[in-house]
Ligand binder design. Structure first.
Ligand code: HEM
Ligand SMILES: *[C@@H]1O[C@H](CO)[C@@H](O)[C@H](O)[C@H]1NC(C)=O
Ligand SMILES: *[C@@H]1O[C@H](CO)[C@@H](O)[C@H](O)[C@H]1NC(C)=O
Length: 321
């Protein structure tokens, strides 16, 4: 009997250790329930007017969240401006002339500061704004886990090296996502983000001039606005989803099945390899894409957050306090 109760006592002690050990490192759905009840309404209404002004903005904000999370975790590091004494991530190869939407994050931040000063991190604002973008454009919704704090540092080299380039092959994509705790299924689901938004000629030139796995008529259409010669028309845009670039639907996967992926990395997901069946599944079943996408976004948002007393709550998303 004595040993039984000490066994229970030990169990309770272990549970206590586990919970105190992990609360500071975990995000939660209700983090701002008391401290900023107006957070969700404020982010949503600003995203609604930004998307009304330019539908692409939803895509741009979603991508910012991805590029934040893949560089030392979801810590708002991508939002920091370069200064004469500080090198941020905005001029890193995957972001230069490409990452956009920073003014919208500024707008949301200042609206949130008006209702709850010094309370909500820029990293959390980005997570909520990305969710709202997807929902407003017709995609799934999910409960965003919150409690991230903002980095006081950024890393241009990590941005150069951690965000996968569009020249990546399937194995490289799978192993890069695995390194962040994301599965091949998460990779395919998250790549479904390319059902919205635009890409620049420089990122699909090699595919439309040199690859045989591209639909012939799409090849001709894309070549007409993306010159073969490097340096010419590099920033000319084309939709990642040729059918409905401002609707968050499953057309991206239907495109891949028809050899109409715009990026090399897109078509790699349906090129005779291990992820073909996942792509085929999402192309046939929009509901399974929607629920897997939501689950994968929550997983991506969990990458190495700063919590507890780490980092800070920035007053201005562009600079450390
Ligand atoms: C799987 C590896 C991925 C690669 C290689 C990749 C690559 C790219 C490239 C090259 C562009 C076009 C950028 C430009 O030309 O300026 C792009 C756009 C975009 N990406 Fe990805 N991406 C990947 C995964 C993701 C993920 C996981 C998300 C979100 C969860 C995402 C969201 C987007 C969105 C929404 C756009 C359009 C942005 C806009 O129109 O402003 N991508 N991506
Ligand atoms: C990152 O890439 C950019 C653009 O290619 C380059 O100018 C910069 O030097 C690189 N930064 C680091 C730290 O490697
Ligand atoms: C196509 O491939 C050839 C041979 O590898 C290369 O020289 C050329 O630059 C490539 N063209 C484009 C547009 O990428």
């Amino acid at each position: 009997m004595a040993s039984f109760s000490s066994f229970i006592g030990l169990g309770i002690f272990v549970l206590f250790l586990c919970s105190t050990g992990s609360t500071s490192a975990q995000l939660s759905n209700n983090f701002y329930f008391h401290s900023c009840p107006k957070l969700f309404g404020t982010v949503k209404s600003t995203m609604q007017s930004a998307i009304k002004q330019e539908a692409r903005m939803g895509a741009s904000i979603l991508r910012l969240f991805f590029h934040d999370c893949f560089v030392n975790g979801c810590d708002g590091s991508i939002l920091l401006d370069d200064t004469s004494s500080f090198t941020g991530e905005k001029r890193a190869a995957p972001n230069l002339n490409s990452a956009r939407g920073f003014e919208v994050i500024d707008q949301i931040k200042s609206a949130v500061e008006n209702v709850c000063p010094n309370t909500v991190s820029c990293a959390d604002i980005l997570a909520v704004a990305a969710r709202d973008s997807v929902e407003i454009l017709g995609g799934p919704s999910w409960e965003v886990k919150l409690g991230r704090r903002d980095a006081r540092t950024a890393s241009q080299s990590a941005a150069n090296n951690s965000i996968p380039p569009p020249t990546s092959n399937l194995n490289a994509l799978i192993s890069r996502f695995n390194s962040f705790g994301l599965s091949a299924k998460d990779l395919v689901a998250l790549s479904g983000s390319h059902t919205i938004g635009q890409a620049r000629c420089t990122n699909f030139r090699a595919r439309i001039y040199n690859e045989t796995t591209l639909d012939t008529s799409l090849r001709q259409t894309r070549q007409s606005n993306c010159p073969r010669v490097s340096g010419q028309g590099d920033n000319n845009l084309a939709p990642l989803d040729l059918q409905t670039p401002t609707n968050f639907d499953n057309n991206y996967f239907k495109n891949l099945v028809n050899q109409k992926g715009l990026l090399h990395s897109d078509q790699q997901l349906f090129n005779g390899g291990s992820t073909d069946s996942i792509v085929r599944g999402y192309s046939a079943n929009p509901g399974s894409f929607a629920s897997d996408f939501a689950a994968a976004m929550i997983k991506m948002g969990d990458i190495k957050p700063l919590t507890g007393s780490k980092g800070e709550i920035r007053k201005n998303c562009r600079r450390i306090n």
